[in-house]
Design a protein around this ligand. Sequence first.
Ligand SMILES: [Zn+2]
Length: 362
Amino acid sequence: MPATPGVAVFGVPRTPVSGYEVVRMNESIDTLRQEFEQDFAAISDMETWKSVRDRYLARDSGVITTALKKLRDIPKEDRPAFGQAMNRLRTFVEERLQEKFAAVRDADLASKLQKTDVTRPGFPISLGAVHPIKQLQKEIEQIFVSMGFQVFDLPEIEKDYYNFEALNMPRNHPARDAQDTFYFDQTNLLRTHCSAVQVHSMEAMKPPIRAISTGKVYRRDPFDATHSPMFYQVDVIVVEEGITMGDLKGMLDAFLKRLFGPGTLMRLRPGFFPFVEPGAEVDISCIFCSGRGCAKCKQSGWIEILGAGMVHPKVLRMSNIDDSRYSGFAWGMGIDRVAILKYGVDDIRLFFDNDLRFLRQF
Ligand SMILES: [Zn+2]
């Protein structure tokens, strides 16, 4: 049984001590060392190792730490000798404990392993997967990155200026009605399309510009089989010298063939969007009947897929692009709409209900 440690070290009187007292202090250090040796010999595992370490070295209450704090109670002339002796003891204790540490740790691990059946089968881990809309979003981005486009990651909370005004839709413009908007205040809104990439990219770069942005957009639509107040879009812009409608057609054709398959045909019909002139609605040959006519395409053989056009000169000028030198095209497409077509899903809500039975099919 270890004696109460350090009894003689504590309560050293403030009055000067005689040579006899110093001898007593040295004896007490020896006693302390012996007590430590006894405690040390009893260390059998990590728990006892920690308790011995704390008993002697703990910052607040360790025997050695406390004794060193009492140094000021000892007469000045005796302090160096006592301090040195205590420090030697502390170093000795630290070293012994350090030596023992690895052995104690290994023994602890071995005893834990003994109690563990490592051959027992583990618990099954259920893996998540990327949402089908997100997969499609990445696929579309990769097609454009391979064509040298820059991807802009833009905020979902947008300024009215970027969402409308700089896209040739000033306040009270009738086209704003078609995009029933969630406003926070006069200036801030939830973006209704990703078309702000046109303005942001023209502000950030000099032509030639090839930029796209994809992500969530918001409109005050009902939540039914064909509408959702939140959906995904991709918007594309190219601005260079000498860009024509022919470039737009060529790039769209290449993109749609990569997305829907090499046999995909495309046609343009006149369409109106305030930020392009001229504008076009773009159809692809029906992917269900290959253009022969079916219920999905209302027997027309064509399916409307996106809106496009040549960037309006006003939009170029508002973003400080010289419209006498540069021209460009832009287009936007709903990613959910593509998902509905590609995967043959007839209710957009299925993509957002997060029913795992549905999502695991992709
Ligand atoms: Zn069809």
